[in-house]
Structure formats: C-alpha cells, structure tokens
Design a protein around this ligand. Structure first.
Ligand code: UT7
Length: 312
C-alpha cells in the first residue's frame, strides 16, 4: 500500500498573545477556571494577520523547507472552518501567493477540527492520480472572527493559527487511517456566512463525551490496521481541545501522558490547524525524529473523527 511521507512542515501564529487574564477582562472568567478545566494559558488572535495570510505563511514555510519548486506541487488543499472568503478557497489564495502552477487543483475542505486528517487521506487519493510528486496541505483558522465574546463557555477556548505540510506518496510507507462522522449539527456548529454575525455554538459536555470515546476508538482502529501495539508508537498527537480530554483518553488506553504531545497551553484550540501546528513544533523542537511512529487523532464539528498512523 502507498502511504504518505511528510517532507516538511511549517506554521504561522499571530503575533498577539491573549492571556487568560486578558480574557477575564472581556467575560466573567478567571485564569484558574480556564487552566484547570482546559489546560489553556493563552491563545493568539489575529490583529494584522488574517485567515489568508496565516495559511499562506505556513504554506510558504513548508514549501521552502521542502526545498522544492512551486511547480512540483500537484495538489493544494486547505482545511478550515474560517476561510478568508466563502469563495474563493484559501487554497486558491495560496496558489497565487506561492506561484503554484495554474493546472494545480486547489480547494478547501471542511471537516471541523478533523479537517487536517481528512485532508491527509484526500491528498493520498489525489496524489495517486496526479502527474506530480508532492501535495501541499494546510490547516488554518481565524477562529477569533467567529467567537461570541459574550459567551464565556466558548470564547476562552479557541485561538488563531495555521500549520502546513508538504507530502509525498511512497510505496510501502507505513500508513493507516480512519475517518468518520455522526452527521450531527446540534452539539457543535459555526453559523453560515451571510445571515448576520457568524458564531460558534457548542454543547461543551457533548463534545467532551464524544472526544473521550473516539480517541481510544481511533487508536485501536489504527493499531488493528497495522498490527502495531501502543508500545511501538512513539508519539500520539491529539487534537488540542482540552488537556482533560487527553488525560481521560490516555487513562482509557492504559497509557501515561508521556507519549501525548500537548501545546494547548500556548495556542488554545486552533481547530483544523491544531495537528499541523503541533507536528511542526515537535520537529522544530527536535522531539519528532526520522523513523518515529506517530499517531495523530482528531475530533470536531460534524461530529467528525479521524486518525492517521505513519512513520516520520
Ligand atoms: O474541537 C472541539 C471543540 N470543543 C471542545 O473541545 C469542547 C470540549 N468540552 C470541554 O472542553 C469542556 O466541556 C468545557 C471546557 C467547554 C467546559 O468544561 P466543563 O467542566 O464541562 O464545564 P461545564 O460546562 O459543566 O460548566 C461548569 C460551570 C458552569 O457553571 P455552573 O452552572 O456550575 O454554575 C458554567 O457556567 O462553569 C461555568 N463556566 C465558566 N466559568 C468560568 C463555563 N465557562 C466558564 C468560563 N469561566 N469560561
């Protein structure tokens, strides 16, 4: 079976960091509540940046680090729930900014916080029919634009940012994936554009219950597909939504927290950007090294879930 290899990664984080104390000046909340319930200490909000500029910056960094020319990209997709425009796609803006060839299919993909993992499978499929070797996949969000700053149960959770990866298809590369959805719009949704302000609506506990169920489900499914054991996996990179969700899922898998990478303290929940930002940070910090086995697992609006198991 052909699997994806990550050739390079990149990320873009808005300059402005917003602390929990900053949030407590906007809504009735506290640093103590946010830290203990979620593990978040700060998040970043766009000021001079926007959804498009973040996606372009992350994509540019990944492309430069891959050391390939824009013409070598055969497909470009951007996973997002907060594109710059409803249309054209963020991926079209990336195509223009980076000078990707005009015959490159460029499109956005909406699967909530699971978007990047849906994107990996879509890129794997697209590369089998592309005459070119590489795919460029971005997860990027400007969630501060859709936050109801009067709703303390949601506005303290999310942040802005983008992550990107250049991917290639390789014969015999370790690869397993699982994707799904419950077709649910009651528990978590973002309003459509054009009907007044667009906000995130969420039943936090509903998402919580779903997340602690699907993380172990995805992990087991990926292990079944590959015949690997959890001990043979070096890293689990979960969607960064809530530290407690990850701790509960770890317990259900009879694992300690040392295999789980967490950076939610610094970025909050960046939806489709959370997994690629985490991967990029891990590489840049020297944590994620060639040959290591990685499990990435996400869940989000839809209620969608996704997992991928691959070798770095
Ligand atoms: O990418 C997926 C996106 N979504 C998620 O990942 C969300 C998953 N869910 C969660 O992370 C948690 O459910 C939350 C962090 C959203 C909430 O934590 P919780 O432990 O489930 O709290 P709760 O909703 O049961 O609320 C407990 C109390 C309530 O007060 P009362 O009714 O007990 O008086 C809330 O009004 O906490 C109150 N509360 C807050 N207090 C201070 C809710 N938000 C806040 C806040 N600051 N920001």
């Amino acid at each position: 079976m052909k699997g994806l290899k990550f050739i390079s990664t990149g990320r873009a984080i808005p300059e402005k960091a917003v602390t929990n104390d900053d949030m407590s000046r906007i809504v009735d909340t506290s640093d103590e509540w946010i830290r203990t319930r979620t593990g978040i200490a700060q998040r970043h909000f766009c000021t001079r940046e926007n959804a498009a500029s973040l996606a372009v910056s992350a994509a540019r960094q990944a492309l430069e680090r891959a050391g390939i020319s824009p013409e070598e990209i055969g497909v470009c997709a951007a996973a997002t729930v907060t594109p710059q425009y409803a249309s054209p796609a963020n991926a079209c803006l990336i195509q223009a900014a980076l000078g990707l060839a005009e015959d490159t299919p460029c499109f956005d993909l909406s699967a909530g916080c699971t978007g990047f993992l849906y994107g990996l499978e879509v890129m794997r499929g697209m590369l089998t029919i592309s005459p070119k070797r590489y795919a460029l996949l971005v997860g990027g969000e400007e969630l501060s634009r859709v936050m109801d700053m009067t709703d303390r149960s949601t506005c303290v959770l999310f942040g802005d940012g983008a992550g990107a990866a250049v991917l290639a298809l390789e014969e015999n590369a370790l690869w397993a994936a699982t994707l799904g959805t419950r077709g649910n719009s009651d528990i978590l949704s973002v309003d459509a554009v054009g009907k007044g302000p667009s906000y995130i609506h969420m039943d936090g506990q509903g998402v919580y219950r779903f997340a602690v169920e699907v993380i172990p489900h995805c992990a087991k499914e990926l292990l079944n597909q590959t015949g690997l054991t959890l001990e043979q996996v070096d890293w689990i990179v979960p969607h960064q939504a809530n530290r407690r969700i990850v701790e509960t899922a770890a317990k259900r898998l009879h694992l300690g927290m040392d295999k789980f990478f967490l950076n939610i303290d610094r970025y909050g929940n960046t939806s489709a950007a959370s997994i690629p930002i985490a991967l990029d940070e891990m590489v840049q910090e020297g944590l994620l090294r060639k040959g290591q086995k990685v499990m990435a697992i996400a869940f989000g609006a839809g209620l969608t879930w996704g997992g991928a198991l691959f070798e770095w």
